[in-house]
Design a protein around this ligand. Structure first.
Ligand code: AMP
Length: 280
């Protein structure tokens, strides 16, 4: 596996790589969820194509009060995990090479980022769009793989690819979970033992909620209020939002008619966990 640090170098290298080029953008601190994306990328690239993973803790998607500084950065471990997954190239730039101090061009998403995580993390998805568009320009991937764990991110990136005509196909991978249902996340390492014990309540709530939808529950407001109560039955859970939205437009639904997305963000202590359930 080649490790490339400089944006100019990856641009030069890409012109010589055999296609398809499949990109997996990450912020590192890799877990089985990330590795599943890399395996999917390997399959899509087949033996001839090229799998590129990127590892960059992107400052423009963190608000000043968020965890940019303490975000885990186990580079040696990450690169050895990627090597084992037969990743071909690891692109791991430093911030100074990705962002000029006097950069003055931004991307602003005005619709899908107004709800859910975007409502509590102002500017977060604009930062995501900026860095992903830079990665697309640098790596010129044929395919890019993203996780459904970050469903809103995926919906926004689909919109960005459509609206800005990026010549890339986005591939979605289902959420990879711990045996007790908790969605894998680099931030799970922040949880205390007690918090970790209660965190699967989000996934459990979605399973019970899905059963209610399947059994014919019609009112979204009723289901949301039921889900909130259920999640709050875990004493350490503090809800940021619980919602039911259309999976493409992310607009709130009043009637529970599939396809629909159940989505939530819940604090356990200082750690904010997100999860979702697509009901088709
Ligand atoms: P991150 O490093 O958190 O920015 O995530 C990098 C990519 O991995 C994103 O496309 C995420 O949606 C995806 N991802 C993170 N956690 C999971 C998971 N538990 N299952 C599937 N994909 C995931």
């Amino acid at each position: 596996m080649r490790i490339v640090r400089e944006p100019l170098k990856i641009q030069k290298l890409v012109s010589k790589l055999s296609r398809p080029v499949v990109l997996v953008p990450t912020m590192g601190a890799l877990h089985e969820g990330h590795l599943a994306l890399v395996r999917r990328a390997r399959k899509l690239a087949r033996t001839k194509g090229t799998v590129i993973a990127s590892l960059f803790v992107n400052p423009t998607q963190f608000a000043p009060n968020e965890d940019l500084e303490r975000y885990p950065r186990p580079f040696e471990r990450d690169s050895s995990l990627l090597r084992k997954e037969t990743c071909d190239v690891l692109f791991a730039p430093v911030t100074a090479d990705m962002y000029y101090p006097d950069r003055s061009i931004s991307l602003i998403e005005t619709r899908l980022s107004q709800v859910m995580c975007g409502a509590s993390r102002h500017g977060h998805f604009d930062g995501v769009c900026l860095v992903v568009s830079k990665l697309f320009n640098l790596v010129q991937p044929d395919i890019a793989v993203f996780g459904e764990k970050d469903f809103q991110q995926l919906a926004i990136l689909r919109r960005m690819v459509r609206d800005l005509n990026f010549p890339v196909v986005l591939e979605a991978h289902p959420t990879v979970r711990e045996p007790d249902g908790l969605a894998m996340s680099s931030r799970n390492s922040y949880l205390t033992k007690q918090e970790r014990g209660q965190a699967p309540i989000i996934h459990q709530t979605f399973s019970l909620a899905e059963a209610k939808v399947r059994a014919g529950m019609a009112s979204s407001a009723k289901l949301i209020s039921w889900m909130k109560q259920k999640i709050q039955s875990a004493p350490l859970a503090k809800i940021d939002y619980v919602t039911v939205v259309d999976p493409t437009s992310l607009e709130p639904l009043t009637q529970l008619k599939p396809p629909l997305l159940l989505a939530a963000a819940v604090f356990f202590g200082k750690t904010r966990l997100i999860d979702n359930r697509l009901i088709q």
